[in-house]
Structures are given as C-alpha cells and as structure tokens.
Write a protein that binds this ligand. Structure first.
Ligand code: FAD
Ligand code: SF4
Length: 512
C-alpha cells in the first residue's frame, strides 16, 4: 500500500478546541495530532496546582474526543520538555508539514516553529480560534496608530459585527451599555445558587497525582477539585449558569460577600480560555435566555459585554502593544510584592479572605481581583511586573495575554491610561459599601490615621497626593482631586505620614 505523506497538527494546553483551524482544514486520514505534556513548560511560572490539573486533564480528555472523532493522536505524558517527544514523533510519523494554531503568549509561536524547523518542518500557523475579533477591529477605530480606543467604542463595533442583542441594527432596549443598572450593594443574607461540581474521573485523578508528584512545591491546593475539564462537562457548566445564575448576574456583579465565593459569576473563564467553550456560543445562549424571557436584559448585556467587549479588547490590546507593554510603569511603582500575597498572613480581612479564596481555588471574582487585591497593589505602589506575575501564577484562568492588560493596564494604571482612562483606586469606603468584609476586620474602615485605621484609607489619599500632577489633567479624576485639595495641610501631612509608615513596613517585608 502506498505510504501517505503525513501532516502533524501540534495542539498545546490552552487549545483544546475542535474549532481550531489547524484541525478543521485538515484531513484525519493524512494527519496526526501531536500533544505533549512538557513539565518544563509548566515550571516556567509557579502555576497554581489547580491550573495545572485543568490544563493536563483538559488535554487528556480532548485527546479522547479527538480519537472518538477519528483523529490519530500521538500523545506524550509527563515528559521533561518538548524537544525529545517532537524528535520521537518525527521518527515515528516522518511528517512533511506541520499545522498549528497561533499561541496565546507573545513570542511562543516563534519558539515552537523554530523547534519544528530543526526537523525541517515548515509550520502553517492559523489564527486563534478562541477569539471573535481581528486586529483590524481595534485598529480601524483609532484616528492615528497611537490613538487610544476605548473598550466602549470597541464593544459597540463588536456588537454590530456579531449581531448580538441587536434589533434592526439598534441595541435591544435602546442602550448599548446597561452597567448603571448593575451596581447593587450586597444585601444581608443574600444567597446564590452553587455552581455544579464535576467529580474527577480516572483521567483527572491520574493528573491530580501527577501534579502532586511533579509540582508539589507550586502554590495553591488541589483539594476537592470539581471543575469541568472536558467539553461535555463545560457545556453542563454553561447550561447551569444560563439557567441558574445569568438572570442575577448583572445586579450582583460588583458585590462582595465573605461567605460567597462565586455569587452569580459564571466561572467559565478557564473553560473559555482553553477553548472548551466558544465565547460566541456563550453569548448566543445568554441572548436566547433573554429573548425567551428567562433572564433580564441588564444581566445578559453585562455578560455579553464581558465577553465580546472586555475579553476581546484585552486580547487585542495585548497583541497591539507587546512586548513593550509588560515593561510599562507609568506611575513609577516600585514596592516589592508583600509576602502575604503568597502566604495569606495579613490582618486586613478583605485581603486575607480574597487571598485565601485564591490559594484554595485559584479563583476570585472580578471585583475581588480589581477592587481588593488589585486596588491594594495600585494604591500601595506595588511594582507592576511583580503583581502581574503573582496573578499569572495564582489564577486558574491566568495567561499572559489576559494578565498583562488586566493587571498592568486596568488594575495598576501602569500603561499610562490606555485600558482605563481613570485608575480604579478606592478607599475602605468603597469596600465597606460593597461588601461585608469590614465588620469582622481588625481595622476600622472609618479611620484614616492611627494604628487601627484601615490601611486602604491613608494609602488611597497618599496615592492621589503622590500622583497629583498627573491626575490634575484627568477630567474623570477632577472630583476626587478636589476632595484631596480641600484637605488642610495638617490632615494631608498626617495621611502622608501614615501612608509612609505603611509603605515602609511593606518594603521591610512586614505584614499589615
Ligand atoms: P464572569 O464574571 O462570569 O464574566 C464572564 C466572562 O467574561 C469571563 O468568564 C471572562 O471570560 C470574560 N471577562 C470578563 N472580564 C474580562 C476581562 N477584563 N478580561 C478578560 N476576560 C474577561 N480573566 C481571565 O480570563 N484570566 C485572568 O487571568 C484574569 N485575570 C484578571 C486579573 C485582574 C487583576 C483583573 C482585574 C481581571 C482579570 N480577569 C482575568 C478578568 C475577569 O476578572 C475574569 O475573567 C473573571 O473574573 C473570571 O471569572 P468568571 O468566569 O466567573 O467571570
Ligand atoms: Fe479591608 Fe479596611 Fe475593611 Fe479591613 S477595614 S476589611 S482592611 S477595607
């Protein structure tokens, strides 16, 4: 029988989707899918153990799905790196070409194609299938190549492009953005439907043992792992969100409760980022729920905006400005990341609880990331790259593309205000109003100076004072800067003293 020329399709850990054009344009009869569990790749960053379970279990389940769909899969488990398995694969199949989807991290596609070139393989690289936008969707909106494009402008373009929540080309309900309806304060005794749990099957149990064996020194705990790691389970998780939490998603979006880790959030980011779920199918399901009268418009619009607005915008900003974006530090922040981010040892209740969530689950919802963990980093002046690396390591949905614009841009304002026109800085007043954290806390949210004063307060005012010249030019900061200016010299000096003491203690490695 004539031996057919084979093509290799190399699939990596965050590409577990049948939508990949590396697959859809290929013929299973003349292709072999290559999948490699490189231990070195997972040691580059001290990833949370749960994240590693998600990636490896996701790969093994996806390999099963591929085989069931008629593909040949050449799978290498627990190997030191990519080089030897790739060589073994080439010896086994003698491929004449390689196909690959674009890697999500800057510079990695080039590294992998260079590796393939060592075996004489030219690689056809296909656009990433986990995103709906193209580079042009951002670029076309900029008057000059360097001009800023806001998320809101980009989002409206994406609504028109996808046709989501449109009636005759106009936004359903008459408004593009219903965020103003989504800022309800948490109410006492609020309860939320628990997300579904997926008991680990044999594959996942093997992976859990493997992660403990090779990555025992990584942060986080695997605990009673119950996240979806297959397409089938991810679809169940999506159904459950649409049926049980989507309707309440909007109103409670900004609320924080110490006893409620997930609230009405979807918990789908990790499955969307690895390709188990298609962002478009998530949006379409949400729109259908609205049209069927099963979910209110402000919730559905809010959810769709997170996906086709924020998520796509973040992806585009990353590719537009990398690699220099990660070096940005517009506010000159240089405080080392406090050790309590890793070990949880702080008396600040909101931070202690949030860090505990992350250590135990690899997850915290958006407002905890932005307004507690990130806000502290912003006003204390933590070095952007150190903060970025912590988030990247600790979150199950963390990838470089999503961390850089979210942490360096949105959270720390270190990109000079591209992602957000105004910094998301807040004092204890905000946290106290939007959560139940302050009551049991050792610190007093109403005080700004003195040993019992909440550190967020003096750090917040001092942050405004430190950056007075810059923020004076920012219209959106006018009101808070007026509040700072209205303080008398004695008050300002006291706030600055308290903040200097706190920052000195943080710099010395003391916990607060
Ligand atoms: P939901 O609240 O249910 O939101 C729905 C979906 O919208 C998410 O699943 C996600 O896919 C998307 N989304 C919403 N906001 C963003 C955003 N700003 N950027 C990208 N996608 C968004 N998201 C990640 O996917 N990975 C990260 O590592 C990550 N790190 C973050 C770090 C910081 C400091 C901040 C402020 C935000 C970060 N985000 C990240 C964005 C957002 O917080 C998470 O996507 C969200 O909390 C994930 O939980 P969920 O699936 O329950 O989201
Ligand atoms: Fe956080 Fe301050 Fe409230 Fe304590 S008092 S929970 S540190 S905001």
């Amino acid at each position: 029988m004539e031996k057919r020329a084979m093509t290799t399709i190399w699939i990596t850990g965050d590409q577990t989707t049948m939508r990949s054009r590396a697959l859809t344009g290929a013929d299973p009869a003349t292709s072999v899918v290559l999948m490699i569990e490189s231990l070195a790749r997972s040691k580059r960053v001290p990833y949370h153990k749960r994240k590693l379970v998600l990636i490896y279990a996701g790969m093994r389940h996806f390999a099963d799905d591929l085989r069931a769909a008629g593909w040949t899969v050449d799978y290498y488990t627990e190997v030191p790196d990519f080089a030897e398995p790739l060589a073994a694969h080439v010896r086994k199949y003698a491929p004449v070409a390689m196909r690959m989807m674009q890697q999500s991290e800057y510079g990695v596609t080039e590294r992998y194609t260079a590796l393939a070139a060592e075996h004489g393989l030219a690689v056809d690289v296909f656009p990433h299938a986990n995103f709906l936008s193209e580079a042009n969707d951002l670029d076309v909106l900029a008057s000059k190549p360097t001009s800023r494009v806001t998320m809101e402008t980009f989002y409206r373009r994406m609504r028109k492009k996808t046709g989501l929540l449109l009636d005759d080309g106009e936004p359903v309900g008459g408004q593009w953005n219903l965020d103003h309806d989504n800022r309800e304060k948490p109410k006492k005794g609020m309860r939320f439907p628990a997300p579904p749990r997926f008991a680990p099957d044999a594959h996942t149990q093997d992976v859990i043992a493997m992660v403990e064996r090779h990555f025992g020194d990584h942060p986080g705990i695997i605990g009673d792992f119950a996240l979806p790691v297959s397409r089938a389970d991810a679809l169940i998780a999506l159904d459950d969100f649409i049926e049980n939490r989507l309707d309440g998603f909007g109103p409670s979006q900004d609320a924080m409760l110490a006893g409620e880790r997930t609230m009405n959030h979807s918990l789908l980011s990790h499955a969307i980022n690895t390709g188990l779920l298609d962002p478009m199918e998530c949006c379409e399901r949400a729109e259908l729920a609205y049209r069927a009268g099963a979910a209110r418009l402000n919730s559905v619009e809010g959810f769709i905006r997170q996906l086709i607005g924020w998520r796509e915008y973040i992806w585009r900003v990353y590719w537009k400005f990398m690699p220099e974006y990660k070096e940005r530090n517009a506010l000159g922040a240089d405080l080392p990341l406090p050790a309590f981010f890793w070990n949880g040892g702080t008396s600040m209740f909101c931070l202690e609880k949030s860090i505990a969530h992350v250590r135990e689950t690899g997850y915290a919802h958006h407002i905890l990331r932005l307004m507690v963990l990130g806000n502290f980093g912003l006003i204390a002046g933590i070095a952007p790259l150190e903060m970025h690396d912590w988030f990247w390591a600790m979150f199950v949905d963390g990838y470089d593309w999503v961390m850089a614009p979210n942490v360096i841009g949105m959270t720390l304002h270190a990109d000079g205000g591209y992602v957000g026109t105004k910094p998301y800085a807040a004092s204890a007043n905000y946290i106290n109003g939007m959560s139940d954290y302050c009551k049991p806390c050792r610190y007093d949210p109403k005080l700004a100076v003195g040993e019992n004063a909440c550190p967020f307060n003096a750090l917040y005012w001092d942050f405004l004072g430190r950056n007075e010249a810059r923020f004076a030019k920012n219209q959106r900061m006018a009101m808070v800067m007026r509040n700072w200016s209205a303080k008398d010299d004695t008050t300002r000096a006291a706030l600055r003293d308290r903040a200097a003491t706190l920052r000195k203690r943080l710099r010395a490695g003391d916990a607060l």
